[in-house]
Design a protein around this ligand. Sequence first.
Ligand SMILES: Cc1cc2nc3c(=O)[nH]c(=O)nc-3n(C[C@H](O)[C@H](O)[C@H](O)COP(=O)(O)O)c2cc1C
Length: 183
Amino acid sequence: MATIGIIYFSGTGTTRAVADYVESGVVEAGATPEVFAIAGSDISEGRWANDAVAQTLDDCDAIIFGSPTYMGSVSAQMKAFFDAMAPRWYTQTWNGKLAAAFTASSLAAGDKLNCLQDIHTFAMQMGMIWVGTGASFSAKLNPNGFYLGAGVTASAPDQISEMDGATAAFLGKRVSELANRLS
Ligand SMILES: Cc1cc2nc3c(=O)[nH]c(=O)nc-3n(C[C@H](O)[C@H](O)[C@H](O)COP(=O)(O)O)c2cc1C
């Protein structure tokens, strides 16, 4: 069975709660989750560094990235993590690995799509293979129609709707089932 990395930043816990839903989908698919929060203490002078985390992600079959939408983009902490992957971009270490994304923000739109596109662009630079939500409104998922990744509307963990939580879990399951088939 596949190993699925989940790496996220969360300032006040919302994105962490979404990561929990994503992880539940990974477990439901029988894959093994490796979950990491981007810690501010791993960022020094604007640079993220944590070799143990990065090397564990190297060994994952897929990586699902999560960031709150801050000012319409990924959080600065997630960007610091992306920039720290430049040596892996140079060697294309993650080429062929599956990638997916989730975000949370207060407003229904809130420019979440731009945040998901930031993550998508990073994954494409890394040579990864993108997996969208595949989540249909007719299946009582994806209420706001985000297909690039899971887009959750909440300002706090207890505001996450049942449909948004189910969509995040669906994404984790979808990525894992695909990774299981490939691995
Ligand atoms: C610096 C900052 C910028 C934000 N920018 C946006 C935004 O562009 N759009 C939006 O809908 N919400 C925005 N919010 C609200 C957060 O996305 C929302 O509170 C989210 O749940 C925070 O997730 P977290 O607890 O994982 O950090 C912003 C919050 C902060 C602190």
